[in-house]
Design a protein around this ligand. Structure first.
Ligand SMILES: [Zn+2]
Length: 325
């Protein structure tokens, strides 16, 4: 996993690679410098290596992971999610659709305060209380302002333009998501090296935390756990797990690796990626889910509960809530 991670980072430039190799303390200093000048560090979500469907029953382990560590930097108490619907979300392909958008909205509106997102309260420190809440800050759309082949830097450009045009507010506690329709590529490795990523950077209005997640319908075998899904949109249901992953990492490590990350650079959700726990159930169409948020069923990867008295003693465990692994 580490080796694959480094391979991904090579694609993202020498600076990011150097940052990765530093000790955790140096990473913090590097991160602070890069906020002022230079490109941001990008934290990819690794790809589903086993392919679609083979992973739908992946429960994952019940023993503690290697420890996750706090590096002294800021956390977000309660993130506010802003969405840019990039590309065309009104297509006839059954996935890039208004119904698909509503699945994402319903997730954002329901995830805050859920037993799942409350796992992140275990990352509260003396200086920062992670509440487990999530606010929905609203959304806007972008019809291909940067074309169909995006570069990493385009994601911040897109968000900056939306803030400057007052289509989204500037929010220091925001996490800005650019969600692309499945005809859009992110050339640094979407569907090849990652399914999404988050980082921090400098917009005209100030410091921003932001994320790219593409519609997994572009590569269900890589970025979705199953091809028939709880909300009958495998691409968007695949995105939901990635959005959850990036949101919980952006909350507990908003300026990458200055917050919570392990000695190898893995953030909380990285340590549990593509594992869905032991509370899975089948819904009417035969697909698998592991939690209900609001009125919908979802299959969302586990997250790391820090410092839990778990089934095998005190440690950091991949969980779907405080009691279920
Ligand atoms: Zn991650």
């Amino acid at each position: 996993m580490k080796r694959k991670f480094v391979l991904g980072m090579i694609m993202l430039g020498v600076l990011a690679l150097l940052s990765y190799g530093y000790s955790s303390r140096t990473v913090h200093a590097q991160s602070e410098r890069s906020q002022a000048a230079g490109p941001p560090e990008i934290i990819p979500h690794r790809l589903n290596e086993r392919g679609a469907d083979n992973y739908s029953l992946t429960t994952g382990g019940t023993t503690p992971t290697s420890p996750i560590l706090y590096h002294g930097g800021p956390l977000i108490n309660t993130p506010t999610v802003y969405i840019v619907w990039y590309g065309n979300w009104n297509q006839g392909n059954g996935s890039d659709t208004p119904t698909g958008q509503q699945i994402v909205r319903d997730f954002v509106n329901a995830v805050g305060g859920s037993p799942y997102f409350n796992i992140n309260t275990s990352y509260s420190t003396n200086g920062y209380v992670v509440t487990g809440g999530v606010n929905n800050g609203g959304e806007t759309s972008d019809a291909y302002s940067r074309g169909t082949r995006l570069k990493d830097a385009d994601i911040l450009t897109i968000i900056n333009a939306k803030i400057n045009a007052s289509q989204l507010p500037y929010d220091a506690n925001g996490v800005y998501f650019v969600l692309t329709s499945s005809d859009v590529n992110e050339q640094s490795g979407f569907c090849r090296l990652y399914c999404g990523w988050h980082t921090a950077g400098t917009a005209t209005a100030g410091h921003v935390r932001y994320s790219f997640v593409g519609n997994a319908n572009r590569c269900l075998s890589g970025c979705a756990a199953q091809t028939t899904s709880p909300n009958s949109n495998a691409g968007v249901d695949g995105m939901i797990s990635v959005i959850a992953h990036e949101l919980e990492e952006a909350t507990t490590d908003p300026d990458p690796r200055s917050g919570w990350a392990d000695s190898g650079g893995a953030e909380n959700a990285d340590k549990c990626a593509w594992t869905f726990g032991h509370a899975q159930y089948q819904v009417g169409n035969g697909s698998w889910a592991n939690m209900t948020l609001g009125s919908r069923n979802f299959l969302i990867q586990r997250n790391l509960f820090h410092n839990l008295i778990g089934p095998n003693g005190l440690g950091d465990y991949c969980m779907v809530n405080a009691t279920q692994n």
